[in-house]
Design a protein around this ligand. Structure first.
Ligand code: ADP
Ligand code: MG
Ligand code: ZN
Length: 473
């Protein structure tokens, strides 16, 4: 019997706000332990939470970006459990009335477009961080109360590779929207992986195994590459899987049981009495909607159709947003966007990298690059000379026309002058001329090269070819 995997992901994302979710402490990574704390995020008695409006906005914005609906009213609930990194002994989250629900994410996968439905995206708060030393443990509460959004997917994912592609697409969308920096190194994205297997013909879902607290996308992929065959193996051998929570050991590359269903927490959810339900007004939502941006996949497709770029070029501009914008300012004004893309990707980007120059620091204007292209297209300079002009323009900020003029780089298309170079080359290489006449076509290329050398690269190559052939025949 053939088995298939069913995967649903719960992705936690730290929101890009200046302050924490319920207090004014900075939402900042890397500060000295317990310096960004106050009575509210330390859960001291008698304090009251005040919701961070920007966090509410970013959650609604995520709803728009993920094609979700935004319910008329959202509410906050207490999720009760006891753990040293959570001083209040409850986490404020959203239980039955999340800020946004019922959407989907589309992304490129396996040569096509895949769609994963989004169950909900709700707002909650992050917890502190435990540190274990040799003889004692410590808690850093700087992270406690940082706005955290949980995005829950439907069980629409069917492989480790697809989970990986989904997570990357989700991350790109959130970064594009300015919702989160999604910096994995800083723990800004973590996820819980739910996975089960079932016979391919079966509708009903198998027992759900949850792998908790994954902090890298490649880790998710590795965990699934291990867990799916493990589950299939169990059921193939007639065993039975039951609902449990497992842990991924990234060193041993195995998952192991953390707790079974019987040991599951009872969170005793109840409505958070210190916060009113949130009912966004039409104007408030409209203001958020104005922050919606073009999504990465839509942008890639647009770059491919509007500018006839190959997928790899379009992808480069989708990944590097400022470079893409720079390209677009020029592409809009040009009849040959593909040539611009080549220059930007192959020449400009390489020069910027080797000289540690940012786009904002470029000495020349985008119009200058267009001018340079124009010089090549009209045959005024060869593409080899264009490289030289570009280097000069990059270094000095001078316009290409000025550089060509002052350095005398214009291509020689004057027939008389080119003929002189050709005569010289033929006279100096009688053997090659002989070879060509005897039918060796390659000899012409050699002679062409000699003419280019004599002209210091400035002879119009097409003209050189024509004249040489005419002279030799
Ligand atoms: P819980 O209440 O335990 O968090 P949910 O039903 O809310 O469980 O689902 C949590 C996540 O698990 C969702 O992403 C969902 O798509 C996924 N999921 C639910 N059932 C299964 C299953 N049988 N196999 C794989 N994933 C599942
Ligand atoms: Mg869960
Ligand atoms: Zn605080």
């Amino acid at each position: 019997m053939e088995y298939e995997a069913v995967i649903g992901l719960e992705t936690h994302v730290q929101l890009k706000t200046k302050s924490k979710m319920w207090c004014g402490c900075p939402n900042e990574f890397g500060a000295e332990p317990n310096t960004n704390v106050c009575p509210v995020c330390l859960g001291l008695p008698g304090v009251l939470p005040v919701a961070n409006e920007e966090a509410l906005r970013l959650t609604a914005l995520t709803g728009f970006l993920l094609n979700c609906t935004i319910p008329r009213s959202a509410k906050f609930d207490r999720k009760n459990y006891f753990y040293p990194d959570m001083p209040k002994n409850y986490q404020i989250t959203q239980y039955d009335q999340p800020s946004t629900a019922n959407g989907y994410v589309e992304f490129e996968f396996d040569g096509g477009i895949s769609r994963v439905r989004i169950t909900r995206a709700h707002l909650e708060e992050d917890v502190g961080k435990n540190f274990h030393f040799e003889r004692h443990s410590g808690v850093d509460f700087n992270r406690a109360g940082v706005p955290l959004m949980e995005i829950v997917s439907e069980p629409d994912i069917t492989s480790a590779e697809m989970a990986y592609a989904y997570l990357n697409a989700l991350k790109d969308i959130l970064v594009y929207g300015g919702v989160s920096d999604c910096d994995m190194e800083k723990g800004m994205v973590r996820c819980d992986v739910n996975v089960s297997v079932r016979p391919q013909s079966q509708q009903e879902l198998g027992a759900k195994i949850e792998i908790k607290n994954m902090n890298s996308f490649s880790g998710v992929r590795r965990a699934l590459e291990y867990e799916i065959p493990r589950q299939i193996d169990v059921v193939r051998k007639g065993g039975k899987l039951s609902q449990e929570t497992r842990r991924w050991d990234d060193i041993a590359c195995v998952t192991e049981t953390m707790r079974s269903k019987e040991m599951a927490h009872d969170y005793r959810y109840f409505p958070e009495p210190d916060l009113m339900p949130f009912v966004p007004s039409a104007e408030w939502l409209e203001e958020v909607r104005r922050r919606v941006v073009e999504l990465p996949l839509a942008k890639k497709r647009r770059f491919m159709t509007d500018y006839q770029l190959p997928a790899t070029d379009a992808e480069t501009f989708v990944k590097d947003v400022p470079l893409g914008e720079y390209f677009e300012t020029m592409a809009r004004k040009s009849k040959n966007p593909k040539a611009i893309a080549n220059w930007v990707i192959n020449n400009l980007r390489a020069k910027m990298a080797e000289s540690f120059t940012a786009l904002a620091e470029l000495k020349f204007k985008p119009e200058h690059l267009l001018e340079l292209l124009g010089l090549v297209e009209s045959g005024k300079i060869s593409s080899r000379i264009a490289q030289e002009v570009f280097a000069e323009m990059f270094a000095s900020g001078q316009s290409p026309n000025d550089i060509v003029q002052s350095k005398g780089l214009a291509q020689v298309s004057d027939t008389g002058a080119v003929e002189k170079f050709c005569d010289e080359a033929i006279a100096a290489n009688p053997k090659s001329a002989e070879d060509f006449r005897a039918g060796k076509a390659a000899a012409l290329n050699f002679l062409k090269g000699q003419v280019m050398k004599l002209s210091k690269g400035k002879a119009n190559p097409n003209l050189v070819g024509e004249i040489l052939e005419r002279k030799l025949r």
